[in-house]
Design a protein around this ligand. Structure first.
Ligand code: 3HC
Ligand code: NAI
Length: 693
């Protein structure tokens, strides 16, 4: 019997099966809630029915509340009422889970009497990633099933558990066959039709006598990771309520804590970011049915810092990699670094020694360019020098297969100038990884003036295949993320001459939510590698003077900070003196700055650069810019990224402040401020031509 557009009820042998079918992920939309409501009513009323199986069609069990409905007026049956109906069913109910039972999906499963799952299923309450907590009873029911500690981990960290682990925790009652979920669920239920039932809400065995020290310890353990986020603390409070209050009072507390989060700017930012991340894959002028360019073998040129990390990405997903260097020593060093990185993972117990060997066996080191003749994708990661890259691409043109994708990992060079060194610029694309390349999630795919759409699509797809978030950029100096952050660095350098010291500036950025401040970052990267040249150095900036003194950063034991042998940083009196002397020499006036002023000085210019990037059509949409900064530079996700954050601050305020600081606000920023339109929803209307500085 068809219940509604997304729900169907079938009765056979005394068992009713309610099947939800609402692609892509069976989220609890109004239609799905109505389907559950009417379906359960029908099954409960039907005298022939002795038990009920809840199952989903398509790729997954219910993956949560429908996030796209969150900011709209509520319609359909309220979730809490639907769950109360299921929990109160006079007939036993089993949730048959495949794919992912997440958020409201798992909360639905928790009001059923039993949960069975396929071996590949995952179960979790990941609301924390949206700045929320499980608001449909999850914070009260999960601890009653798995205990407070495991529930805290699942909800405050948000990582789903595999079926096998869920079984061990008591979260699922049985593992079914991968292909026989429905039949196994029916059999499971039939065997228990006469078993007495205990609702989870009535259980206290796992939570009775919980030592409150657990909550303090949990807060302390994760203090760093939770900094700036609101949801983890509310989740902890909700679990505290679960172990101290009766069920109904706990539910009331959960609701208060949920709505507090729901109304917060942090959650709005994280919900925006959820969709922003998924938007990046959508490129308006790339037809969905473009023929795919299969990538089966990969080549990497240069086995340095980036080349090695880039290669690991492909080895990790089982793709063979040929890595080419110019000298045996560099090659050996590069391969040894890859092995060492894997060994660290093995030592941490996250990989077996056998897996390490399997990955290394996929790697072919070579000194011969000709070794690249069979690969489908080559990524060049040699020194950042245009003439060298052009020479490499001219050679590649001669050896690479006709349909191979030729990619460069350049940070700042002109991808079109590199492409012009080949007879096939349509095959050339930028694939800009972030360091460490095997860890950082961002991949900027840089579309040259002549890059074939199929090549763009392939580069985006391969990025996703290796677990990156691929963001499309046009050619310009620094592409999206590096270009955006350059003004922050410039502002920081200027600011320390006016009074605030590097560590004070860094602290303000840490408090804002960045993992590292600009000066600590400079010390880490090395002051010498950001464009210092000993031959031309003339003591004309603090960086130059520090470099001349040999204070290149961590690797020299000192830069802006001093470092001990364990590379622990301490503010450097020497650097402070250099700064004070330079400020005096150049006559810069000194004054006090509030933290808010420091934030404005460093970050408003970043917002301005973002507006320029949109104006020029370098990024397709504002949300892509936010995603690039969050994944490329650790911009705190609870702000939504620079452009979402800017809307919260107010574009007019930012534009006025920029003018006061001596910057020219971009015309787009001014226009949006005057029209009262948000920038984070902006989609670029600029022609998709080449952008030249
Ligand atoms: N609501 C609305 N749309 C959703 C959604 C949700 N909960 N989950 C996924 N989608 C959409 C995505 O936006 C995407 O749409 P698109 O194709 O138009 O871009 C589509 O479903 C497929 O999603 P993915 O590209 O992410 O597909 P994957 O297969 O990679 O991942 C997934 C599937 C693991 C389910 C992943 O989408 C996911 O983690 N979803 C979010 C799960 C979640 O956070 N659930 C909790 C929601 S909040 C809640 O339940 C509150 C409750 O406690 C009251
Ligand atoms: P690196 O100096 O660590 O490595 C470069 C490697 O290229 C060296 O091992 C060198 O021997 C090799 N090489 C030079 N000429 C070669 C040739 N003709 N044939 C084969 N190999 C050759 O440099 P790094 O940091 O890995 O940078 C490489 C590229 O990646 C640069 O274009 C850089 O701008 C870019 N990049 C660097 C990032 C970083 O944080 N280090 C981040 C993103 C991009």
């Amino acid at each position: 019997m068809q219940i509604n557009s997304v729900a169907q009820l079938d009765v056979a042998g005394g068992i009713a099966t309610l099947t939800l079918d609402s692609p892509p992920v069976n989220a609890l939309s109004a239609a799905v809630r109505d389907g559950l409501d009417q379906g359960f009513r029908a099954a409960i009323e039907d005298e022939a029915v002795q038990g009920i199986v809840l199952i989903c069609a398509g790729r997954t069990f219910i993956a949560g509340a429908d996030i796209s409905e969150f900011d709209k007026a509520p319609t359909g049956a309220p979730l809490h009422d639907v769950l109360a109906l299921i929990e109160g069913s006079p007939k036993p109910v089993v949730a048959a889970i495949h794919g992912t039972a997440l958020g409201g999906g798992l909360e639905t499963a928790l009001v059923c009497d039993y949960r069975v799952a396929t071996p590949s299923a995952k179960l979790g309450l990941p609301e924390v990633a949206l700045g929320l907590l499980p608001g449909a009873g999850g914070t009260q029911r999960l601890p009653r099933v798995v205990g407070a500690e495991a529930a805290l981990e699942m909800m405050a960290i948000g990582k789903p558990v595999r079926a096998k682990d869920a079984l061990a925790m008591g979260l699922v009652d049985a593992i079914t066959g991968e292909e026989t979920l429905h039949a196994d669920a029916v059999a499971f239920l039939k065997a228990r039709l006469d078993t007495p039932r205990t609702r989870i809400r009535d259980r206290t065995d796992r939570i009775a006598g919980q030592d409150p020290a657990l909550f303090h310890a949990f807060r302390a353990k994760h203090a760093r990771a939770f900094k700036g986020f609101k949801a983890p603390e509310n989740i902890i409070k909700a679990v505290e309520a679960a172990v101290t209050l009766p069920f109904d009072a706990g539910m009331k507390r959960e609701a208060e804590l949920f709505w507090e989060l729901f109304r917060s700017r942090e959650s709005a930012a994280q919900r925006y970011f959820f969709f922003a991340e998924r938007q990046t894959a959508k490129v308006p002028d790339l037809a969905a049915d473009l023929p795919e360019i299969p990538v089966r073998r990969v080549g990497v040129i240069g086995a340095g810092t980036m080349g090695g990390g880039i290669a690991m990405n492909f080895l990790n997903v089982g793709l063979p990699v040929t890595i080419v260097e110019q000298a045996q020593e560099a090659l050996d060093r590069g391969v040894a670094t890859i092995r060492r990185n894997y060994q660290v993972t093995v030592d941490k117990g996250r990989m077996t020694a056998e897996q390490l060997e399997q990955r290394m066996a996929l790697l072919t080191p070579s000194l011969e360019f000709e070794a690249l003749s069979a690969v489908d994708l080559v990524i060049e990661a040699v020194f950042e020098k245009l003439s060298l890259k052009q020479e490499i691409f001219a050679r590649l043109d001669k050896v690479a297969k006709p349909d191979a994708i030729l990619a460069t990992n350049t940070s700042f060079l002109d991808v079109d100038a590199i492409a012009a060194a080949t007879g096939r610029p349509e095959s050339v694309v930028g694939m800009h990884f972030f360091s460490p390349a095997n860890v950082m999630k961002l991949l900027e795919v840089v579309r040259g003036a002549e890059t074939d759409p199929q090549v763009v699509a392939a580069a985006m797809a391969i990025g996703r295949r290796i677990g990156k978030v691929a963001v499309l950029s046009r050619v310009c100096d620094g592409f999206i993320a590096n270009r955006m952050m350059a003004p922050r660095m410039a502002a920081a350098q200027a600011l320390i001459l006016e009074g605030p010291l590097p560590w004070e500036v860094d602290q303000v950025m840490l408090d804002y939510g960045f993992p590292m401040g600009p000066f600590a970052m400079l010390d880490l990267v090395g002051l010498d590698v950001i464009g210092w040249d000993a031959a031309t150095s003339s003591s004309s900036s603090v960086v130059e003077i520090l470099c001349e003194m040999g204070r290149w950063g961590q690797k020299k034991g000192g830069g802006y900070y001093d470092y001990d042998e364990k590379r622990r940083a301490a503010p450097s009196p020497i650097a402070e003196q250099v700064i004070r002397d330079f400020a005096a020499k150049t006559g810069v006036a000194q004054r006090q700055f509030s933290d808010a002023e420091i934030v404005a000085r460093l970050l408003y210019p970043v917002v301005n650069e973002g507006a320029k990037i949109l104006e020029e059509g370098v990024a397709i949409r504002a949300s892509d810019v936010d995603v690039a900064l969050v994944y490329g530079y650790g911009w705190p996700v609870f702000t939504g990224g620079p452009l979402f954050w800017a809307d919260g601050v107010g574009l007019a305020k930012i534009a006025d402040a920029l003018e006061e600081m001596g910057h020219t606000p971009s015309p787009l920023l001014r226009a949006l401020a005057e029209q009262g339109k948000p920038i984070h929803q902006y989609r670029s209307v600029a022609p998709v031509g080449r952008v030249v500085e």
